[in-house]
Write a protein that binds this ligand. Structure first.
Ligand SMILES: Cc1cc2nc3c(=O)[nH]c(=O)nc-3n(C[C@H](O)[C@H](O)[C@H](O)COP(=O)(O)OP(=O)(O)OC[C@H]3O[C@@H](n4cnc5c(N)ncnc54)[C@H](O)[C@@H]3O)c2cc1C
Length: 221
C-alpha cells in the first residue's frame, strides 16, 4: 500500500480525494498549478443529481454520490450551503414522452421521481418562488445602468468521451491513478471514498470496475 500520495489538481475531486486519503492515515501532498479551487469546480458547485444518468451502474454511482454529500454535510457546516430541494422539469409536447419514460425508469431504480400535474405544480408554489426570484433579481440589479462586466470565466468541462467517469490506475504507468469525470460535484465525496478504498486495499471496489482507464487503452501494456 502506498503511504505517501501526491494528488495533482485541487478542484472538488482532488480536494475530496486528498481529504479522504489523509483521513485514512496516508501522507498526502496536494498540488495545483494555480490557486486551489479556482477552476471549474468554483463555478459549478450547484446541483447534486442523478435524474438523467445512465446506464444503471452510472446512475447508481451518482445516486450514491448524492447520499455521500448528505452524510458529509453536517460535518461541513451544511446548514450554510446544503439544500436537497430536488428539481422540477417542465414537459413540452415534444419532451413529455421522454420525461414520462424517464420518471418510470427512475422510479424502478429506486430514485425519487414522479409526474406532477399542473394543479400539484401550483401547490409546490412555483409561482411564489418565481415571484421571489424576480424580487431578488430586481434588488440585485438596482443601478444596473452603471454596471459593467468585471470578470468573465470560461470553464473547461471535463467530459470523458463515453460520458462516464474514468477512475483507476493508468495502464502502463505504475503509481499513477486517474480520476476524471463529468458531474464531479455530485460524485466527489463518494468517489473520494471509493478511490481511498482502492488505494489503501489495492482492490478496486465493485462500483468502480466499469470506469477503469483501461477501457480506452486496449493494446497498451
Ligand atoms: C457550467 C458548468 C456547470 C456544471 N454543473 C454541475 C452541477 O450542477 N453538478 C455537477 O455534479 N457537476 C457539474 N458540472 C461538472 C463539474 O463542475 C466538474 O465535473 C467538476 O468541477 C470537475 O472537478 P475537478 O476537480 O475534476 O476539476 P477542476 O475544478 O477544474 O480542478 C482541476 C484542478 O487541477 C488543476 N490542474 C490542472 N492541470 C494541472 C497540472 N498539470 N498540474 C497541477 N494542477 C493542475 C487546476 O488548476 C484545477 O485547480 C458543471 C460543469 C460546468 C462547466
Amino acid at each position: 500500500m502506498a503511504s505517501h500520495c501526491v494528488v495533482v489538481g485541487a478542484g472538488i475531486l482532488g480536494a475530496a480525494v486528498a481529504a479522504r486519503l489523509a483521513a485514512a492515515g496516508l501522507r498526502v501532498t496536494l498540488l495545483d498549478q494555480d490557486q486551489p479551487g479556482r477552476a471549474t469546480s468554483r463555478w459549478s458547485f450547484a446541483w447534486f443529481n442523478s435524474n438523467d444518468k445512465g446506464p444503471r451502474p452510472y446512475h447508481d454511482l451518482n445516486h450514491a454520490g448524492i447520499r455521500a454529500w448528505a452524510e458529509l454535510a453536517p460535518d461541513l457546516d451544511g446548514d450554510a450551503w446544503y439544500r436537497p430541494v430536488g428539481h422540477v422539469e417542465l414537459a413540452t409536447a415534444s419532451t413529455a414522452a421522454e420525461l414520462e419514460a424517464r420518471v418510470e425508469r427512475l422510479t424502478g431504480w429506486g430514485y425519487p421521481a414522479r409526474l406532477v400535474d399542473a394543479a400539484e405544480a401550483a401547490a409546490l408554489e412555483l409561482r411564489r418562488w418565481a415571484g421571489e426570484l424576480l424580487r431578488r433579481a430586481r434588488r440585485t440589479v438596482r443601478g444596473l445602468d452603471d454596471a459593467r462586466v468585471v470578470e468573465l470565466k470560461v470553464c473547461a468541462r471535463p467530459l470523458p468521451a463515453d460520458g462516464q467517469s474514468i477512475v483507476g490506475r493508468l495502464p502502463g504507468t505504475p503509481g499513477v491513478y486517474v480520476a476524471v469525470t463529468h458531474s464531479g460535484v455530485t460524485l466527489a465525496a463518494h468517489l473520494a471514498d471509493l478511490i481511498t478504498t482502492d488505494l489503501t486495499t489495492g482492490t478496486p471496489p465493485a462500483p468502480l470496475t466499469p470506469y477503469t482507464p483501461a477501457r480506452f487503452s486496449s493494446g497498451i501494456e
